[in-house]
Every structure is written in C-alpha cells, then in structure tokens.
Ligand binder design. Structure first.
Ligand SMILES: NC(=O)c1ccc[n+]([C@@H]2O[C@H](COP(=O)([O-])OP(=O)(O)OC[C@H]3O[C@@H](n4cnc5c(N)ncnc54)[C@H](O)[C@@H]3O)[C@@H](O)[C@H]2O)c1
Ligand SMILES: CC(C)[C@H](C(=O)O)[C@@H](O)C(=O)O
Ligand SMILES: [Mg+2]
Length: 347
C-alpha cells in the first residue's frame, strides 16, 4: 500500500513528521511512502505548486497524507502559481469532491472550547463539504468597468450532477450516524443555493429514514455557537463548508484538532488537517500535530481498510489528552514533537 506524503509549507513538514512517527509505530506490514513537493516548497524548487511528478505520485498512491500549503513568500504571484493551487489542483485532478470534516469534543478538551463546557461537550457533528465546484472553480478574472474601475469576478455555479453526488454522500453519512441531515445554503439570495436545495429535496426521497432540514448559512454560523449539539451531519457547498469548518474547530477546542478526508467517486482519499500552513508559528516547533495524526487515522480507516489501527490512533490521542498533553493552542506548553511523544507513549 503506497501512501503519498505531501508535507508542503510552513508547519506542514513539522506536523506530517509526527503523523508519520505514529503510523510507523503501528508497525503495519506493507506500508510504503513516496514524498512529493507541493505548494510554495514546490514553487521554490521547480517553479510550480503542483509539479507533474507530484501529481503522478498522487495518482499512483492508495492514499494521500497532506500537511498544508501557503507561503507568504508567494504573496503576489499569479494565481496559477500560488501554493493554494496545489490543494485545489489535487482535489480537481483526482475528482476529490467529498470533504468530510468531523468535529467532536474530546471530553478532556471541553475546557479548551470557545464555548461553555456544557455546550461544547454536546458537539458530535460531521461537515460534508463539496470540494469540486462552487465559486472556487467558476470562471474568474479581472476586467474594467465602463467607468474605468478595475473589477474582480468569480462565478459561483453548481450543476445538478455535482449537487446530487454530494447530497447522496451526505445522506449516506447521516444514515450511518444519527439520521439527521441539515443542508446549509443561502437559497434566499443565491440561484446556486436554490438549485442546491431543490436537488437535496429530490435526493431526500431515497432516504426516508433521514430527517432533513434546511438552514441559511448565516443562521448556521450562529447556531454552531449557540447550540452545536443540534447538528448531526451538515451538508454544504465548497465556500460555506470552508468557513463553517474553521468555526466548528474553535467550538471543539482548536483549529489544531480538526482532521479531514476528501474522497472521490472511487473511494480514493486525500487526508489533511483543516488548518493551513500557519506561517506565524512555522519553524518554531509549536504547532499542534493532532489534526494531522487524526487525519492519518481517517486514512487508515477509509482508504486502507485498517479500522482497528485507526481506532488505536484515536484512542491514543484521547489518552494523551486525558494525560494532560496540551500544545499552546490548547492552553498548554508542549511543542509539536512532545505532543507526538505523548501519542506514541499512549499507543
Ligand atoms: N489545506 C491547506 O493547505 C490550507 C488550509 C487553510 C489555509 N491554508 C493557507 O495557509 C496559509 C495561512 O493561512 P491562515 O493563517 O489564514 O490559516 P491557518 O489555518 O494557517 O492559521 C490560522 C491560525 O491558526 C493557527 N494554527 C493553525 N494550525 C495550527 C496548529 N496545527 N497548531 C496551532 N495553531 C495552529 C495559526 O498559527 C494561525 O494563528 C495561507 O496561505 C492559506 O491560504 C492552507
Ligand atoms: C487553502 C484553501 C484553498 C483551502 C480551501 O479553501 O479549501 C483551505 O482553506 C481548506 O480549508 O482546505
Ligand atoms: Mg479552510
């Protein structure tokens, strides 16, 4: 089984190194790795954020473990050369459209949440975010208005097929969990969202056992803070899902805790923390590696059929937290490597 390892920029290499240590400690037979350059690191080395060699590794691999991309040195580059194009390119080239972002409170961390502990402890939700369409991939550019103003534009669009396939994913996830799906859109204003809502209602007919509700994204942002325990699965588009998942991370304690899987129609997956390259703390050994460690667990479970090993990692993270492991984002003083040590000790 080949794992593509793409550490990327900023804290990416620091956190991926800890996830790799945890994977190694499991002693899984037949696991091999190939490392690839992505993001600013790739642009600096070979002039492109997603070089063909990297894409080739991604295509050959059984799964991809991704750190983060984003580098202030690349500010001002043309869009197609920017580090972020690496993750967008991988999602598009490999058809990775179903981004699963679970947010669950580890009981030991309820005090780290931005919410009151009794509100935070009820959080156990999954954001199912579409990642192949929306305003991210529509026509975009700059033009000049009739008055001579420079204008930027990004076309937001979704077609029925795109919404239908992610809606099925959302309903299936809800069926496997607590049977509740909340579809989040902005149908009061956006045609893309009206179409989204129409298609979700149509797909719902195949899932009579799932309770469907709809919520506008502004209300959803508020409800995530007021009463996040009401959510089971949140189904939403690319842009809204991006924003709501960062918000959900603070509800459970820290952006350094949220893992993700992004799957394609064949079940191939890219696994990454939801956060970015954190240039403000890069190279300081301060980053919390747990989101990446937990992403590696998702990889074992979803792409490699190693559910028991995934359980072991998740249990080790819980034990490390119960034993007091806390990086700075969780209110503690432990560094990236010490957090890795704590997980290894718990394993
Ligand atoms: N999938 C990705 O690769 C991805 C995701 C988000 C942002 N980005 C990119 O990352 C760069 C920085 O973006 P940003 O600052 O808006 O978001 P960010 O997620 O990198 O950081 C936001 C804040 O959270 C903190 N943080 C993030 N991860 C942490 C961790 N593991 N442990 C402790 N603290 C952590 C950072 O220090 C920072 O203060 C940008 O170039 C952005 O485009 C990439
Ligand atoms: C880096 C960026 C393109 C990416 C996104 O917006 O999808 C990131 O924020 C994420 O959440 O994975
Ligand atoms: Mg994001």
């Amino acid at each position: 089984m080949l794992i593509a390892l793409f550490p990327g920029d900023g804290i990416g290499p620091e956190i991926v190194a800890q996830a790799k240590r945890v994977l190694d400690a499991l002693g899984i037979d037949g696991l091999t790795y190939e490392e690839g350059l992505v993001g600013g690191a790739a642009w600096k080395a070979v002039g492109h954020p997603l070089p063909p060699e990297t894409l080739d590794i991604a295509k050959r691999a059984d799964a991809i473990l991704f750190g983060a991309v984003g580098d202030p040195d690349c500010d001002g580059l043309e869009r197609h050369l920017r580090p972020e194009q690496a993750i967008l390119g991988l999602r598009k080239e490999l058809g990775l459209f179903s981004n699963l972002r679970p947010a669950k409170v580890f009981p030991e961390l309820a005090d780290a949440s931005a919410l009151k502990p009794e509100v935070a402890s009820a959080i156990d939700l999954l954001i199912v975010r579409e990642t192949n369409g929306d305003v991210y991939f529509g026509e975009k550019g700059f033009r000049t208005t009739a008055e001579g103003w420079r204008e930027g534009y990004d076309i937001m669009s979704y077609n029925e097929a795109e919404v239908r396939r992610i809606a099925h994913g959302g309903f299936q996830a809800a069926r496997a969990r607590r049977g509740k799906l909340c579809s989040v859109d902005k149908a009061n204003v956006l045609e893309t969202s009206q179409l989204w809502r129409d298609v979700v209602i149509e797909v719902a007919k195949d899932y009579p056992d799932v309770a469907l509700s709809h919520m506008y994204v502004d209300n959803a942002a508020m409800q995530l803070v007021r009463d996040p325990g009401q959510f089971d699965v949140i189904l939403t588009g690319n842009l809204f899902g991006d924003i709501l998942s960062d918000q959900a991370s603070m509800c459970v304690g820290s952006i350094g805790m949220l893992a993700s899987a992004t799957l394609n129609a064949e079940g191939k997956g890219l696994y990454e923390p939801i956060h970015g390259s954190a240039p403000d703390i890069a190279g300081q050994g301060k980053a919390n590696p747990l989101a990446t460690v937990l992403s590696a667990a998702m990889m074992l479970r979803y792409s490699l059929g190693l559910g028991a090993e995934a359980d072991r990692i998740e249990a080790a993270v819980a034990r490390a937290l119960a034993g007091g492991a806390r990086s700075a984002d969780l209110g503690g003083t432990m560094g990236t490597e010490e957090m890795g040590d704590a997980v290894l000790a718990a394993l």
